[in-house]
Design a protein around this ligand. Structure first.
Ligand code: FE2
Length: 175
């Protein structure tokens, strides 16, 4: 089985370090695909649930703590980092992840009537991976980088503390 090389840290020292969560999700995705390849649907669903929960938490954190401050400093935002890109991509990511989550749950609950077309799924995953890569890169280049530059250090510390506390709760729940 595809081993996970990354783990989430107990605390963060910069906004850019939040990219570790993106890397962790990338690895969970490889692990999920490995389970699909050996027809272990239960673990494939379990790893996909983690992908969904971690990504959803990342989106919630960004929308609650990061994007409002970023949006209130339009003079620091270049064209490629416009707020509507994040909103649109978050919506797309959530929608795509929900679609697969529903499909795997159905397949596990009704194995006789719902058959998974693994070749098709792997082909469709190119688009999903592309969306993740594109979005993660936009955050590294604009959102995270700019916030590291403009956030006052006290506020940054407080935001990072809140985010890591939420992640610890999620880790305890999901493993
Ligand atoms: Fe995001």
């Amino acid at each position: 089985m595809q081993e996970l090389k990354t783990s989430l840290p107990n605390s963060y020292h910069s906004i850019m370090e939040l990219d570790l969560l993106h890397r962790h999700v990338d690895e969970l995705f490889l692990q999920h695909q490995s389970y699909l390849m050996i027809d272990d649907l239960e673990n494939a669903l379990l790893t996909f649930e983690k992908i969904f929960e971690y990504t959803n938490q990342n989106i919630l954190d960004e929308e609650e703590y990061l994007i409002p401050y970023y949006a209130s400093h339009p003079e620091s935002i270049p064209q490629g980092g416009a707020v509507y890109f994040y909103e649109r991509e978050h919506k797309l990511l959530r929608r795509e992840l929900m679609k697969y989550l529903k499909m795997y749950s159905e397949a596990l609950l009704h194995p006789d009537s719902v058959k998974l077309d693994i070749v098709r799924i792997f082909d469709d995953y190119y688009d999903l991976k592309d969306l993740f890569d594109h979005h993660d890169a936009r955050e590294r280049v604009f959102l995270y980088k700019i916030l590291d530059e403009i956030l006052p250090s006290g506020k940054k510390k407080e935001i990072l503390k809140n985010i890591s506390e939420r992640q610890r709760v999620l880790l305890r729940k999901m493993g």
